[in-house]
Design a protein around this ligand. Structure first.
Ligand code: ACO
Length: 324
């Protein structure tokens, strides 16, 4: 059961025009090709755990809880390659010595974390989980790469999961997840792992083959969404609201078109925040709650796609909850 939601964005807002000052790009190109107008960028010295703590604190407050049994952090930009960042976040939130670990499924991390958190609760020894999606992509982008710098932003979103009845509002599922490791090179940081350690001098930056990723994203998110929709018993077989990974408005609309869902039933948050990777879905959910597009009883379909390749979809009947 989803019972709390929190979001946090670093205060500095960077409009397209600021990127066009130093990169060979324009507001017109970025807006028309991606839908992004502004993004939030973390100040120097700010790391992923700083964003995650803010979102986590808000989610716990929204759930009216001060303790959970586990913390799962979905991120590709941990504070350090080792150790995981979740234990730091847990300690800073005053959650004691509970289980805490990171999940890396790149932009699909939040949905993978949702499956992990829901599975831990279903297994019976855990009754509540704080799931945070947080990423600071500004730290891993090549400052000279216009194809990635214009898309990504920094941010964090979080939900609290607790045990509950499958018929209650807030019940999570069905969930569908998938991966395609044969295409792992389409989204990658080459250096810094055991294949190419940093000291060997490889490329330390995040690289994405955008056009191919675009095609895979539409096909995989659509298929995964269709799998989940077949397993729900929603009237007309469609959701009230599609909250898809906020990478590019053209991708979101293409998925809606393939599903036969009117484009107006898509949540669009990327115009203000860009692609915030693992934070994208919870941030879009928080925005939809704030703008009253998402209220108690709304049938929400989540869909995501990211490096790996990874993807997934999940149905949620939205619960009554307030944001802080
Ligand atoms: N400004 C101006 N021109 C640009 C820019 C820019 N910022 N970026 C690329 N171009 C140019 C290219 O160089 C190319 O020029 P050419 O025709 O002279 O070669 C032209 O624009 C078209 O480039 P494309 O790559 O074909 O542009 P496209 O319309 O595909 O848009 C984009 C690129 C925005 C990256 C798009 O492909 C996309 O959104 N891809 C998917 C991203 C995604 O879904 N990511 C999700 C996963 S991310 C993760 O997991 C972390």
């Amino acid at each position: 059961m989803l019972c709390g939601l929190g979001a946090w964005l670093p205060p500095r807002i960077v409009p397209n025009s600021e990127l066009a000052d130093t990169l060979d790009t324009s507001d017109e190109w970025i807006t028309s090709r991606t839908g992004v107008r502004t993004r939030h960028i973390a100040d120097a010295g700010m790391a992923t755990s700083d964003l995650a703590v803010q979102a986590g604190e808000r989610a716990l407050k929204s759930a009216g809880m001060s303790n959970v049994d586990a913390v799962v952090l979905a991120t590709t930009t941990p504070d350090h390659p080792c150790p995981a960042t979740a234990p730091t976040v847990s300690a800073r939130l005053g959650l004691g010595t509970v289980a805490a670990f990171d999940v890396n499924a790149v932009c699909s991390g939040f949905l993978y974390g949702l499956m992990v958190g829901a599975g831990m609760i279903a297994a019976g020894d855990t009754s509540s989980v704080l799931l945070i999606g947080a990423d600071t992509y500004s730290r891993i982008l090549d400052p000279a790469d216009r194809s990635t710098r214009v898309i990504f932003g920094d941010g964090a979103g979080a939900v609290v999961l607790r045990a509950g009845d499958p018929d209650e509002p807030g019940a999570i599922g069905p969930i569908d997840l998938g991966s395609d490791g044969d295409n792992n090179n389409l989204i990658a940081i080459a250096a810094g792992g055991s294949r190419e350690p940093f000291h060997d001098g490889g490329d330390p930056y995040f690289r994405m083959r955008g056009k191919e990723v675009f095609r895979h994203a539409v096909v995989r998110m659509t298929q995964s969404a269709q799998t989940v929709l077949r397993r729900t018993e929603w009237p007309g077989g469609l959701p009230d609201l599609l909250v898809a990974h906020q990478a590019n408005v053209r991708i979101v609309h293409a998925v809606a078109d393939q599903l036969g869902l009117p484009r107006e039933q898509c949540a669009i948050h990327l115009d203000r925040v860009g692609n915030t990777a693992a934070a994208s879905l919870p941030l879009a959910l928080a925005d939809a709650v704030t703008t009253r597009r998402l209220t108690a009883g709304t049938r929400v379909l989540l869909a995501s796609f990211g490096g790996g390749l990874t993807w997934g979809a999940c149905a949620v009947r939205w619960p009554e909850l307030s944001l802080t």
